[in-house]
Design a protein around this ligand. Structure first.
Ligand code: 2PG
Ligand code: MG
Length: 404
């Protein structure tokens, strides 16, 4: 038994400088765990509410008055009970009274306290049936930012290095090398322009979508040669962000669904993309299915805003063959138990899972443990910036712990 003695909440800042919360859960035995919650910018319409209508301060007040008392006495070793207590204290279907971020922080902090008391790593107390923690995810590392995560960059939100080496060391090294190559090439092409970095630590440059892909694909090819390691280009289009009135509106072109299928399938073949996230609007299950039929044998087609880690939306996608992969973000649903319900369904349906950060992150490593616990195909956590490197470094530690 690991009964919760107290749960305390406080305001902290995320990597964008926006306020969020962290929760500290203390057990009767004295063991404790603390976790912060990240925040998205390109959020899916079907995510839970990150904070109640009054914002962070209202979330903190509600947590103190309603949630903390409800958690006292609950067994932290029983994650389902902890998360049921969070839902009961909230009482809404979208966590709009308590906030999905306070709920996420409490759910993870409780698991951390339990892991600490049990003397086990977090991933091992969370491991899904059949996951042994000896297979590590590929790194999904954002090297060039656009869309909502960058001012003045391309329309496509993320240009990604998908580093799929046998060991965490090699994957991390490759992702960092691609990021460096991209920066060097941007500087070589535009020597007099200032270069910046976006919300997720990738480069930002005033270039078009196709030029960004040319630079990314060349960087991946160079690193494959140099390090003899499998690293391939990928993108997160976050297409809902530039979809309006039934059309995909890029700066250079406007496409209907048919045109978008052809355009993205063409990019997969031209650049050898292995990773394609949210290539259509979040309600366009049919567009996803058409692309998956066309290129799903050679690229992961991933639903993020499409599914928002929600099992009912995943069922809709499975029914039509929308994707072969699903992005997993705990704060899209608010608790570990809700997350694992979706993960277990995805695994049963042989959908690959990608555990993901948010664009506004906290400098903590718990996401890496979630990735390992669910047997994720990928850990999407960016490349540079302390809050991104924290997750990569945690993966290095877990890799070393198993190879010892
Ligand atoms: C995404 C995420 C993270 P945000 O779209 O996948 O990369 O962005 O956290 O802004 O939703
Ligand atoms: Mg996304």
């Amino acid at each position: 038994m690991s009964r919760i003695r107290s749960a305390a909440i406080d305001a902290i800042y995320d990597s964008r400088g926006s306020p969020t919360v962290e929760v500290t859960v203390e057990l009767a035995t004295g063991a404790s765990g603390r976790a912060g919650a990240p925040s998205g910018a390109s959020t899916g319409a079907h995510e839970v509410q990150p904070f109640p209508p009054g914002g962070v301060s209202a979330g903190i007040a509600t947590f103190r008055s309603r949630v903390a008392p409800a958690l006292v006495g609950v067994d932290a070793a029983d994650q389902a009970s902890v998360d049921a207590a969070l839902h009961a204290a909230d009482g809404t279907s979208d966590f709009s009274r308590v906030g999905g971020n306070p709920a996420t922080a409490a759910s993870v902090a409780s698991a951390l306290a339990h892991a600490r008391e049990a003397g086990r790593p977090l991933w091992s107390v969370l491991a899904r049936p059949g996951v042994e923690g000896t297979k590590f995810p590929a790194i999904v590392g954002n090297c060039l930012n656009g869309g909502r995560h960058a001012i003045g960059g391309p329309d496509i939100q993320e240009f990604i290095a998908f580093a799929d080496a046998p060991s965490p060391e090699e994957s991390v090294r490759a992702a960092i090398a691609v990021h460096r190559h991209v920066g060097e090439e941007l500087h070589r092409r535009y020597p007099t322009r200032a270069l910046g970095r976006g919300d997720e630590g990738g480069w930002v440059a005033a270039i078009g979508n196709v030029e960004a892909l040319e630079i990314l694909a060349a960087a991946c090819a160079a690193v494959r040669d140099e390090l003899r390691t499998p690293v391939h280009p990928g993108i997160d289009l976050a297409a809902s962000e530039f979809f309006a009135d039934g059309k995909y509106r890029y700066r250079e072109q406007t496409l209907d669904t048919e045109g978008q299928v052809g355009f993205v399938a063409g990019l997969v073949d031209r650049f050898g993309l292995r990773y394609v996230e949210d290539p259509f609007d979040e309600e366009a299950f049919d567009g996803f299915a058409r692309l998956t039929r066309a290129v799903g044998d050679r690229a992961l087609i991933i639903g993020d805003d499409l599914y928002t880690t929600e099992v009912a939306r995943l069922e809709r996608g499975l029914a039509v063959g929308a994707t072969n992969s699903i992005l997993i973000k705990v704060n899209q649903v608010g608790t570990l138990t809700d997350t694992f319900r979706t993960v277990d369904r995805a695994r049963a349906a042989e959908q690959a899972t990608i555990a993901s950060h948010r664009s506004g992150e906290v400098p903590e490593g718990w996401l890496t443990h979630v990735a390992v616990a669910i047997g994720a195909r990928g850990l999407k956590c960016g490349v540079l910036g302390g809050e991104r490197v924290a997750k990569l470094n945690e993966l290095l530690r877990l890799g070393r712990a198993t190879s010892r």
